[in-house]
Write a protein that binds this ligand. Structure first.
Ligand SMILES: NC(=O)c1ccc[n+]([C@@H]2O[C@H](COP(=O)([O-])OP(=O)(O)OC[C@H]3O[C@@H](n4cnc5c(N)ncnc54)[C@H](OP(=O)(O)O)[C@@H]3O)[C@@H](O)[C@H]2O)c1
Length: 247
């Protein structure tokens, strides 16, 4: 097999950065997409190059809530010399925006932006990159979450668009079967947003294993799904058993 080239969206920081680093360490060439964290993404690649003594990837930039920017990103990836030569081994839909607000106070525009980010951009990217995914014997991994099938206060905009992403991926696993594998990874409470640190500690008390895992556990799960030759249509929960809690 040729070089394994992987595109990860929102890979400049936090869980995405850990995944990009893990994939570099596993020998992949990583196209790290960022919207604003381009310097952080480049620093990850520079660090990888220093540690591993080879070129580890490149940074691609786009606001995924902007249709034209998504189409430009697709063109940039299709024209990338590594993609032209090796195809795409992995496409990871990781970019997200997490905020909590009551249903009444959340403007429609916020919902539209999340629909674009969680559903429309993954749809367009998967569709536009399908030929190179097939050429690279590649697969798609979407990072969803554990909210499925439950009520979450102040998170209707976030949970419903993640549910859409999950269903989109499940459907594509069937429609693209034999061509491209498609899976999801559902992190539990892994890394708190700045505004939720206190709430996060309370959540962790309810996690059956006492820990949900860390960014490296998410990265390991993504790597597992990319490498597994027969898994498709699977949702891998990396959450310390949180999704088994019915409370
Ligand atoms: N953190 C957790 O514990 C947890 C739990 C459950 C699920 N998840 C899921 O796991 C994934 C990673 O989590 P995280 O907490 O690391 O994510 P995050 O920090 O909320 O977001 C990841 C990246 O998404 C990018 N992004 C946001 N809006 C964008 C836009 N309009 N266009 C393009 N990129 C945009 C940002 O890139 P820039 O910085 O470049 O702007 C950001 O760094 C997400 O899908 C999240 O929903 C996380």
């Amino acid at each position: 097999m040729g070089e394994r080239v992987v595109l990860i969206t929102g890979g400049g920081q936090r869980l995405g950065a850990a995944t990009a680093t893990r994939l570099m360490d596993e020998g992949c060439y990583v196209l790290i997409h960022a919207r604003s964290s381009t310097a952080e993404a480049q620093a990850l690649l520079d660090d990888g190059e220093r540690r591993l003594g080879r070129s580890c990837g490149s940074v691609v930039q786009a606001d995924l809530a902007d249709d034209e920017a998504v189409q430009r990103l697709i063109r940039d990836v299709l024209r990338h010399p590594m993609v032209q030569q090796h195809g795409l081994f992995g496409l990871i839909h990781n970019a997200s925006f997490y905020s909590q607000s009551s249903f009444e106070s959340t403007p429609l525009e916020t919902y539209r932006n999340l629909t674009r980010l969680h559903m429309e951009a993954p749809y367009a990217l998967t569709q536009g990159l399908l030929p190179v995914l097939e050429a690279g014997q590649g697969s798609v991994v979407a990072i969803v979450d554990t909210s499925w099938g439950r009520v979450w206060e102040g998170l209707a905009h976030y949970t419903s668009t993640k549910a859409g992403l999950r269903q989109l991926m499940l459907n594509l696993a069937g429609e693209l079967a034999g061509r491209v594998r498609v899976n999801c990874l559902a992190p539990g409470a892994i890394m708190a947003a700045d505004w939720e640190a206190e709430h996060f500690a309370k959540v962790l008390e309810k996690v059956p294993l006492g820990r949900s895992g860390n960014a490296e556990d998410i990265a390991a799960g993504v790597h597992f799904l990319l490498e597994h030759p027969t898994l498709s249509g699977h949702v891998l929960h990396v959450d310390g058993g949180w999704s088994t809690d019915n409370a």
